[in-house]
Design a protein. Structure first.
Length: 95
């Protein structure tokens, strides 16, 4: 399994993400990902956690994004995603 992620990393195209339109898409992906994870942790407030603990839990949910790398690669392989969008998703998983 780690060989797959090394392989995807070696094929990562920085130039494909360096375009202004893709940076905007990456920003939208990032905000959507972050908001989704933070909203999912709001029930923790009802369980007695503080805002700081709740936000921290939401940020921890953002850590394991290896599935996003797999989705990006498969999407590119089947032609559903172009190289720029797939690279933006891989970068989102790294960040």
């Amino acid at each position: 399994m780690p060989i797959f992620f090394i392989w995807v990393g070696t094929e990562f195209n920085v130039a494909a993400v360096a375009r202004v339109d893709i940076l905007g898409t990456l920003g939208i992906f990032f905000v959507a990902s972050l908001v989704t994870k933070l909203v999912a942790t709001l029930p923790l407030l009802a369980r007695g956690l503080t805002w700081r603990e709740t936000v921290g839990s939401g940020l921890l949910f953002a850590a394991p994004l290896t599935l996003l790398v797999v989705i990006a690669r498969i999407g590119q392989d089947v032609g559903a995603l172009d190289e720029s969008t797939a690279s933006a998703l891989v970068l989102l998983a790294i960040v």
